[in-house]
Design a protein around this ligand. Structure first.
Ligand code: PLP
Length: 453
C-alpha cells in the first residue's frame, strides 16, 4: 500500500532553518533608506525590530539554529504531515501524484505561527515587552496573538477595517489569546488620523495598517513591530515547511517535479520552496511556481523596482516586484494575497529565472477549492485555493503532454473561519475581475521617481 500520510516523529523535526542568501548565484540588491536613498544599516532598523532579528535579516549564514524554546512550541503541531491527495488525483484523472504539506494543522489554522512564534521568542529574548502588527483578514494577527501569549508579551493588532467588520471570528481569536485588535484606520496614530480626516469612511488597507503598526511600535516604550511576510527573516522561519517536506519525500523515495505555493507577500511559498530552490541551484530538475490572484498580479504584471512596503512611505525601499505602494486591490476574498509587493527574496529568484509565477481569477480558485473540499474533505483557506488552482493547471498540462508528474504544494491554511467567502461564491455573488492596465499604470506613477535596482 502506498503511503497516504508521511509523518515525522517529534525528534525528526529540523533543528535549523535554511537561509538561501548563502546559495544565491547573484547577491540581492540591498534595501534603501527612504530618506537618504543609501543602503539601510542595522542601526536604521533598530527602532522597529530587535537586533537579533535584524541580524537574521541580513545574515549570509546558510543554516541558522532554531532555539530550543521555539522548537518546544513548534512541537505542539509540527512536524506537519505530508499527505497524498489520492481522491483529488482520481477526480483530475491525470498522470500526477499530488502531495501537500498540511499547515492548517497549526493552532491558528495556517503557516503563520511558524514565524510568529520565532518572532515573539526573539523579541522576548531581546527584552521587548510589547509587539504591534497589522493584519488583513486576520490570519497573521491571530497567529501573532497566540505567539505573544506563549511568550508573555502584550500584542496590539491593527486590522483592516473592512475585514474587522466582515470577519469577526479572527478578531475573537485574537481577543481569546489576549491581544488587542483595533480597526484601521484608527485614531490611535498620526497616520490613521490623517486618513480618517480625509476619508472618514475609509475601509482601510494593508498599506495603511502597516503604517499604523510601525508608528505605534516606534512611539511606545519597549515595543517593536512584527511583520508576517515579505522580509528575509520571515521567509527564513517558514523554511521549516520545505525542510520537513524534503525529509518526508526522502522517506518514500520520491522527489517532486513541481513545487507550488500561493503567494501574497511570499512567505508560505518561500517556506515550502526555498530548500528545493537550493537543490535546483545545485543542478536538480524541479519547477517552482508561485500562484497569485489575477486582481493583485504583483509578479505577473508588476515591474521589478524599488518601492515602499507601506502607504505612508515610512518603511525602507525594498527591491521587489510591485504594483506601487498606493495600489488598492479589489476586495477579493483571499485577504492574505492583497499586498502590492512581493518578498525581495522571491522577487530576486523570479528575476533570475529560478522560479515561475502564474495568476488565477478568484472564480477559478474557488471552483478548484470546492472541488478539493468535495474530494479530500478539508475546506481550504481562500488563499490556499490559488495553489490548488495551480495544481489543477499542472495536472491538466501533464495530461496534455502525457507525462507523469509528482506535484508538491503547500496547503497554507484551512478555511473554517472564511466561510462567508465560500457563501459568496456558492450563491453566485462573486464575479471574475479583470484588472485594467490603466489602474496598474496609475499606481506605478507613484514609484516613477524612486531609485532603480
Ligand atoms: C492561509 C494563508 N495562505 C497564504 C497567505 C499569504 O501570505 P504569504 O504569501 O506571506 O504566505 C496568507 C496570508 O494571510 C494566509 O492566511
Amino acid at each position: 500500500m502506498e503511503a497516504r500520510k508521511v509523518v515525522l516523529a517529534d525528534h525528526e523535526i529540523p533543528k535549523q532553518w535554511y537561509n538561501i542568501q548563502a546559495d544565491l548565484p547573484k547577491p540581492m540588491s540591498p534595501p534603501l533608506h527612504p530618506g537618504t536613498g543609501k543602503p539601510v544599516g542595522p542601526e536604521d532598523l533598530a527602532p522597529v525590530f530587535p537586533m537579533n532579528l535584524i541580524e537574521q535579516e541580513v545574515s549570509q549564514q546558510r543554516w541558522i539554529d532554531i532555539p530550543g524554546e521555539v522548537l518546544d512550541k513548534y512541537l505542539i503541531w509540527r512536524p506537519s504531515p505530508l499527505c497524498r491527495a489520492t481522491n483529488f488525483e482520481k477526480l483530475l484523472d491525470a498522470p500526477v501524484k499530488i502531495y501537500y504539506k498540511y499547515e492548517g494543522s497549526s493552532p491558528a489554522g495556517s503557516h503563520k505561527p511558524n514565524t510568529a512564534i520565532a518572532q515573539a521568542y526573539y523579541n522576548k529574548a531581546f527584552g521587548i515587552k510589547r509587539l504591534a502588527t497589522e493584519t488583513g483578514a486576520g490570519q497573521w494577527g491571530s497567529a501573532l496573538a497566540m505567539a505573544c501569549r506563549m511568550f508573555d508579551l502584550e500584542c496590539r493588532v491593527y486590522m483592516v477595517r473592512v475585514s474587522y467588520e466582515q470577519k469577526p471570528y479572527r478578531r475573537m481569536m485574537m481577543n481569546t489569546w489576549g491581544a488587542e485588535c483595533i480597526p484601521s484606520p484608527s485614531d490611535r496614530t498620526e497616520a490613521g488620523r490623517q486618513i480618517l480626516a480625509a476619508h472618514p469612511d475609509s475601509p482601510g488597507s494593508l498599506g495603511i495598517a502597516i503604517s499604523e503598526a510601525v508608528e505605534d511600535a516606534v512611539t511606545h516604550e519597549n515595543s517593536r513591530y512584527s511583520l508576517g511576510s515579505v522580509l528575509n527573516h520571515v521567509l527564513l522561519h517558514q523554511t521549516i515547511i520545505g525542510l520537513e517536506a524534503q525529509k518526508q519525500f526522502e522517506k518514500i523515495g520520491l522527489y517532486p517535479d513541481v513545487v507550488i505555493g500561493c503567494a501574497g507577500g511570499g512567505s508560505n511559498f518561500a517556506g515550502i520552496s526555498l530548500p528545493f530552490v537550493r537543490d535546483k541551484i545545485h543542478g536538480k530538475q524541479v519547477r517552482v511556481i508561485g500562484a497569485e490572484p489575477a486582481s493583485c498580479p504583483t509578479m505577473t504584471r508588476g515591474p521589478f523596482a524599488y518601492d515602499f512596503g507601506d502607504l505612508a512611505m515610512k518603511t525602507p525601499l525594498l527591491p521587489m516586484y510591485t504594483l506601487g505602494h498606493d495600489f488598492m486591490p479589489a476586495p477579493i476574498h483571499a485577504g492574505g494575497l492583497r499586498y502590492h509587493g512581493m518578498a525581495p527574496i522571491v522577487s530576486h529568484l523570479l528575476r533570475e529565472g529560478l522560479i515561475e509565477a502564474a495568476a488565477y481569477d478568484q472564480i477559478e480558485t474557488f471552483e478548484s477549492g470546492v472541488r478539493w473540499a468535495r474530494a479530500e474533505g478539508i475546506i481550504p483557506a481562500p488563499e490556499t485555493n490559488h495553489a490548488i488552482a495551480a495544481v489543477v493547471a499542472e495536472a491538466r498540462r501533464a495530461k496534455e503532454e502525457g507525462k507523469e508528474r509528482t506535484i508538491l504544494f503547500n496547503f497554507s491554511g484551512h478555511g473554517m473561519v472564511d466561510m462567508a467567502a465560500y457563501d459568496a461564491y456558492l450563491s453566485g455573488k462573486l464575479s471574475p475581475y479583470q484588472l485594467p492596465d490603466e489602474e496598474i499604470n496609475r499606481a506605478l506613477k507613484a514609484i516613477e521617481n524612486l531609485p532603480k535596482p
